[in-house]
Design a protein around this ligand. Structure first.
Ligand code: G6P
Ligand code: MG
Length: 212
C-alpha cells in the first residue's frame, strides 16, 4: 500500500455543512446590511471563521469595525450555526462514506480528521463518528488555516506517521494547496475536483479505495 494514513477534511468531504454555514452567515449579513449569496459562501470553504467574516465584510467598503466588534459578529454567527448543527444526525453520514471508511480501517490504515473548523468534534458527534477517527486535528489546535499546512502536519504528528505516507482528502482548493505544502498527496472531491495541484480526482468517495 502507498499510504499509512488518510487525513480527511470534514466539511464537504465526510458530511455537508455548507448550507448551515450559509444560513448562519446570511442572518448576520442581513443584520449588518451587507450583500451575501451562495457564490460568496463558496469562497468560505476551508477558510477559518474570522477569515470568512473578513471576506463577507469586503462588500462594506470603507466601513471599519473594531477587533472586538468582529469577534462579536463571528461569535453571533457561531451561535446560529451551532443551533443549526443540532439538526444533523446519523442520516447526514452517507452509507457510501461509512462503508468506505470501514474498508480503509479494515486495510489497516490510520484515519484522521484535518479540518479548519472549531466545531469538528460537535459535527462528528452529531453524525455518530465521535469515536471513529484515530486523531483529530482541527481549528482548535492551529494558528494558521488552510492553505497553510499546519492542520495536516499536526494530524501527521498526532498519528506519528511521516507526511509523505499520508493522503489528504479535500473539497477545497485551499486544502489541496495545504496538503501540497505539507508534502502530502491529495485526493480532490466536489468543488476541488479537477484542480491541477491535486494528485487524484475522486468522482465518488468510494473511489478512494483504488488509490491507497
Ligand atoms: C471549515 C469550513 C469553512 C469554515 C471553517 C471554520 O473549513 O469549510 O467554511 O469557515 O471550517 O468553521 P467553524 O466551525 O470553526 O466556524
Ligand atoms: Mg471542506
Amino acid at each position: 500500500m502507498k499510504y499509512k494514513a488518510i487525513i480527511f477534511d470534514l466539511d464537504g468531504v465526510i458530511c455537508h455543512t455548507d448550507h448551515y454555514h450559509y444560513l448562519a452567515w446570511k442572518q448576520l449579513a442581513d443584520k449588518l446590511g451587507v450583500y451575501f449569496d451562495e457564490t460568496i459562501n463558496n469562497r468560505l470553504r476551508g477558510v477559518s471563521r474570522m477569515e470568512s467574516l473578513e471576506i463577507i465584510l469586503e462588500r462594506l467598503e470603507g466601513k471599519l469595525f473594531s477587533k472586538e466588534q468582529k469577534t462579536e459578529f463571528a461569535e453571533e454567527k457561531n451561535v446560529i450555526y451551532k443551533e443549526l448543527l443540532r439538526k444533523m444526525s446519523t442520516n447526514d453520514l452517507s452509507q457510501e462514506v461509512k462503508d468506505t471508511l470501514d474498508k480503509i480501517r479494515a486495510l489497516g490504515l490510520k484515519l484522521a480528521i484535518g479540518s479548519s473548523s472549531k466545531n469538528a468534534r460537535l459535527i462528528l458527534t452529531q453524525i455518530g463518528l465521535e469515536d471513529f477517527f484515530d486523531e483529530i486535528s482541527d481549528g482548535n489546535n492551529i494558528t494558521q488555516s488552510k492553505p497553510h499546512p499546519e492542520v495536516f502536519l499536526k494530524a501527521a504528528e498526532y498519528l506519528k506517521i511521516e507526511p509523505s505516507k499520508c493522503l489528504v482528502v479535500e473539497d477545497a482548493k485551499a486544502g489541496i494547496e495545504a496538503a501540497k505544502a505539507a508534502g502530502m498527496n491529495s485526493a480532490a472531491i466536489g468543488d476541488a475536483c479537477g484542480y491541477t495541484l491535486a494528485t487524484y480526482d475522486l468522482l465518488t468517495f468510494s473511489k478512494l479505495i483504488s488509490y491507497i
